[in-house]
Every structure is written in structure tokens, then in C-alpha cells.
Design a protein around this ligand. Structure first.
Ligand code: ADE
Length: 244
């Protein structure tokens, strides 16, 4: 079982999101374990405050180190030493490759900040990785943690069933997915490509592969640099470039 622990002031944000759909099923089947730990439960302040004004002045509040540290210790007692990911726009950019690397860990702790961030000393003391999900600023780290947990979970054996399998998905070989169709055969005058109705599986596979390459070339040409292309793929791509 893979354990995801989340240090947060808003545990409901984590539970409400991951308890549905595929991650919800994986949690119920005990393939993954998601535990949101409320940092506020560890405050020693009589008003249950977890933040204070920044030294040196300035706008906003800063999360204090003590409640975060004690919440962290309560997890470490059970989980042992594991990586602690601080969700921050200053972190290393999360991508599928990082997800694959994280899927090798037994347990991961996420630290979600709010307000103007957390006291720098808690980062120095417990954080092993600072991770960003993109070049934009969220109101807190929770949505970033949920995004990473969702992405890593589906790489854990048993989380996806055969139908949901990740063999032919975007990024698995660095290409985008081919277009998909289902019934009806005609919708608003638009028909399904004939080849998909032909029953000829080798031709269908070839068409899908080519569509993946066309799509990647049109929508995300930057991905083609690192994509895993066969000699046939390369010939097809060269022809495509000549046509344009
Ligand atoms: N917290 C605020 N913005 C974030 C981002 N882009 N990624 C991760 N954590 C964040």
C-alpha cells in the first residue's frame, strides 16, 4: 500500500477531492491510503492560531513552524522517515517523469502552505523537495497536493483496471493521444473515420499511431524532441513536415 500524508489547514479539500472516482475506489480497496492531518490540531496557542505577522513587516500572515513540526512528527512516528514535498510555485516543476519517480516511494508527506507561506525554518528542517505544479499562484498548496496524489496514484499497480490501463495514453511514449469516437456513427453531420469501422486492427493501429504524431506535431511540437519514435514514425513525421 502506498501512503500519502497531507499536512494542511483544510483537510476537507483533500478528502472531498480524492474520495471520488478512481482514487476513491483505490482508497476503499486499500491500494492507496490518503491521510490529511490538520495542522491546527497541533497548535499550542490558546486561540488555536497557527499563523502570525511576518518579522520585518509586510502584508499577510506566515504559518508558524511549531504546529507544522508537531503535525509532521505525528506522521513520522507511524510512517518513518520519508520524503516531504512542500507545495510552492518556487519548486521544481511537476511532470509525468517526476510522477513516475515518486510512484517508487512507499510513503510521501505533502506540506501545504496558506497565507503568505510558511516560516522558512520549517522548510529547512523537514522539507526534502519543493514542488510546483505550474507557473501560476494558487491560494494554497492543497490543489497542488491533490493533483500530484492523483497523478502518482494511477501509476500504482492495481489502481487502474484493464479498461483504464495506461498503455496508450498521452505522454507514456511522449506523444499525445489519438482521437476517440463512440456511438452514434454520425453526429451533427459528422461521421466517424471509416477505418475505425473497418475491423482491420493492423490498419487501425497504424492510423492511430499516425494521428498521435499529427496531433503532437500540431498541438505540442515541443514534445516531439523527446518522444520515442520508431523509424516508421520518423518517416511519417518527415512527410508531414514536408506537406506543411
Ligand atoms: N502553491 C501556490 N501555488 C502553487 C503552485 N503553482 N504549485 C504548487 N504549490 C503552490
Amino acid at each position: 500500500m502506498k501512503n500519502f500524508y497531507v499536512l494542511t489547514l483544510f483537510p476537507e479539500m483533500i478528502e472531498a477531492t480524492l474520495s471520488h472516482s478512481i482514487t476513491g475506489r483505490a482508497i476503499r480497496e486499500k491500494i492507496i491510503n490518503v491521510e490529511a492531518v490538520n495542522i491546527r490540531d497541533f497548535t499550542e496557542d490558546k486561540h488555536r492560531h497557527v499563523d502570525d505577522y511576518p518579522y520585518g513587516g509586510g502584508a499577510g500572515m506566515v504559518m508558524q513552524p511549531q504546529p507544522i513540526y508537531d503535525a509532521y512528527k505525528s506522521i513520522e512516528e507511524r510512517a518513518g522517515k520519508c520524503r516531504v514535498l512542500y507545495m510552492s510555485p518556487q519548486g521544481k516543476r511537476f511532470d509525468q517523469k517526476m510522477a513516475e519517480e515518486l510512484s517508487g516511494e512507499d510513503s510521501i508527506i505533502f506540506l501545504c502552505g496558506h497565507y503568505e507561506g510558511v516560516d522558512e525554518r520549517i522548510i529547512e528542517e523537514i522539507v526534502t523537495d519543493e514542488v510546483s505544479i505550474g507557473d501560476f499562484v494558487l491560494t494554497g498548496g492543497e490543489l497542488a497536493a491533490v493533483t500530484i496524489i492523483d497523478t502518482v496514484s494511477r501509476l500504482v499497480p492495481g489502481v487502474l483496471n484493464k479498461e483504464e490501463s495506461y498503455e496508450n495514453e498521452s505522454f507514456s511514449d511522449g506523444l499525445l493521444e489519438y482521437p476517440q469516437y463512440t456511438r452514434p456513427p454520425e453526429f451533427m453531420g459528422r461521421t466517424v473515420p471509416d477505418i475505425l469501422l473497418s475491423g482491420h486492427h493492423a490498419n487501425i493501429d497504424k492510423w492511430r499511431r499516425e494521428q498521435s504524431i499529427v496531433r503532437t506535431y500540431n498541438k505540442r511540437p515541443d514534445l516531439l524532441v523527446k518522444a520515442e519514435l520508431t523509424d516508421k514514425d520518423k518517416i511519417f513525421l518527415d512527410r508531414l513536415k514536408e506537406e506543411r
